[in-house]
Ligand binder design. Structure first.
Ligand SMILES: Cc1cc2nc3c(=O)[nH]c(=O)nc-3n(C[C@H](O)[C@H](O)[C@H](O)COP(=O)(O)OP(=O)(O)OC[C@H]3O[C@@H](n4cnc5c(N)ncnc54)[C@H](O)[C@@H]3O)c2cc1C
Length: 488
């Protein structure tokens, strides 16, 4: 049982939600275990970061929605505080064409149903285990073909066909953001439906998503997290090198500091592993692991906040949804479609921030996201203002007083936003990434020496905060089982 556990030590790389949940579980269930978290940044939370704009008013740089209530461990961490605010603010939709003509919501709804139905058919390919008749490999191919087939059946007027295409395009842009990919043509079709949604809808956290991080930190010993410590080398077969601690894992940080432990749990983003994974581990990761890292999908997201002294929209809308003029043959953006001149055509809405009433929020994915992250704020401001004036047919729409944008994609500790199952990969790769590197001990027992957690290692909840949290607990559980301790 827990008390009879031998002394052991674990280093966790990264104080994101996966690293913190792993550390919390180890601390709770293995009393003789010393846990140290090495974090590159000067703050905890990783891709969860709520920035306080005004007193008690937060802007989420990263995770924004709590995806589901039922059995969601992230929701359980904060539910007692009543911090959630449902979609109440998304009621006043304005669907507008570039010439400013508005299309009634009722009209839009029937075309949105087409999107939903075709998307559900794509998901069902995994659920039913059905083999594909037409050999489509990507979600994009499937959606595009099925949309055109549906259009033929519906025999719409040219105008209605245009509206249906715009609505489909808009939804496929949203899907790219949800999935964190550049194009739905990059997203594998067969396993699309393996991602699991938790019941209860998507919710936002009034007092800042980082509350979750604060809750997790409360359960950790003081000084458990060592900040400003970028890990540059993980020597995981240190067995024959005599050193002060005779521990089998030696970690070297950028600042020259060294740490020794019995096990290491790596929780860096897939983007970081893609870029640095080859050089980080000594000996190198097995080829099979490197191939998985290469195959798996991971891409860019940028959030832009347009801040105004006074909200010009007053109560007129809570969301402006552009209806881009799109040919029915191009309702799903292709990977090669991005150009620096047309990045703004990937904007699918301007949404009033639910808690910052003078702020409009815009999300972009893929190459457009990376481009916007590097653009000067003035250019973003001009482009967005021009669009809003056109879509709202109102030349008096003011320029924002301030632009705040995120920088996950160029930050070396993230290099993107979240993972997806790419064409050429499969759900099995998430499990493959999670496989620990084991070393046989003198009793011929396989010791899990390097363990992997993080959102990309969760097969059905990848890309989410709850997936990341559960992955951390899973790897802590692996060590707890190894030491034959009972879970609490
Ligand atoms: C813009 C954006 C929007 C999102 N929206 C949502 C959402 O609405 N809902 C949702 O559920 N999820 C969302 N996500 C995804 C969610 O934030 C992540 O899935 C989750 O936070 C990942 O947690 P993690 O612990 O796996 O990784 P991370 O949070 O990336 O933690 C890894 C940690 O490792 C550190 N690190 C990296 N390299 C090193 C190194 N060499 N040495 C030491 N430390 C290192 C990093 O600094 C980081 O703190 C969003 C993400 C982004 C970027």
């Amino acid at each position: 049982m827990a008390k009879s556990c031998p002394r052991t030590s674990v280093i966790v790389i990264g104080s994101g939600i996966a690293g913190l949940s792993a550390a919390r579980k180890l601390t709770q269930c293995l009393p003789n275990c010393k846990v140290t978290i090495l974090e590159a940044l000067s703050r905890p939370g990783g891709r969860i970061n709520s920035v306080e704009i005004n007193e008690n008013e937060f802007m989420e740089e990263g995770a924004t929605w709590v995806h589901g209530i039922e059995d969601n461990p992230v929701h359980s961490l904060i539910k007692h505080n009543q911090v959630f605010n449902k979609y109440h603010y998304l009621i006043k939709y304005k669907f507008c064409k570039l010439n400013g003509d508005e299309v009634p919501t009722e009209h839009i709804k029937k075309y949105k149903r087409i999107y939903r139905k075709i998307k559900a058919d794509a998901e069902n390919i995994y659920q039913d285990g059905s083999t594909l008749q037409n050999g489509e490999k990507s979600v994009g191919e499937f959606l595009q073909k099925e949309f055109q087939r549906k259009l033929k059946d519906l025999k719409l007027t040219r105008e209605c066909e245009n509206t249906a295409s715009s609505v489909f395009y808009s939804n496929s842009l949203i899907e790219c953001c949800i999935c964190g990919c550049n194009s739905l043509y990059d997203l594998v079709l067969n396993d699309f439906g393996e991602y699991e949604e938790l019941g209860g809808g998507d919710l936002r956290v009034r007092g800042g998503y980082s509350q979750v991080i604060k809750e997790l930190l409360k359960k950790l010993p003081e000084n458990c997290v060592v900040y400003n410590s970028t890990v540059t080398e993980v020597h995981w077969k240190n067995d024959h090198i005599p050193d002060e601690s005779s521990k089998p894992v030696r970690i070297v940080c950028e600042n020259g500091e060294q740490f020794f432990a019995d096990h290491v749990i790596a929780t860096q983003s897939l983007g970081h592993l893609k870029e640095y994974g080859r050089a980080l581990f000594k000996p190198p990761l097995p080829q099979v692991k490197l191939d998985i890292i290469d195959r798996m999908g991971y891409n860019y997201i940028t959030k832009v906040h347009l801040r105004y002294q006074t909200p010009f929209w007053q109560d007129k809308f809570s969301r402006v949804i552009p209806l881009w003029d799109i040919s029915p043959k191009d309702v799903v953006t292709k990977p090669s479609e991005f150009t620096k001149e047309t990045w703004f055509r990937h904007i699918y809405d301007f949404a009033v921030h639910p808690f910052l009433s003078n702020t409009l929020e815009v999300w972009l994915s893929g190459e457009s996201a990376l481009h916007v992250e590097r653009l000067e704020n003035e250019i973003i401001s001009d482009a967005c203002t021009d669009l809003l004036r056109k879509f709202l047919k109102d030349p008096s729409v003011p320029k924002p007083d301030e632009i705040l944008k995120t920088s996950w994609n160029t930050n070396p500790y993230f290099l993107g936003a979240y993972s997806y199952v790419a064409v050429g990969s499969s759900g099995e790769d998430c499990d493959g990434l999670a496989e620990p590197l084991c070393v046989e001990n003198s009793n011929s027992v396989d010791v899990p020496r390097v363990l992997f957690a993080g959102e990309a290692t969760h097969r059905t909840f990848y890309s989410t905060t709850h997936g990341a949290l559960l992955s951390g607990e899973r790897e802590a559980g692996r060590l707890i089982s190894f030491y034959q301790c009972k879970f609490k």
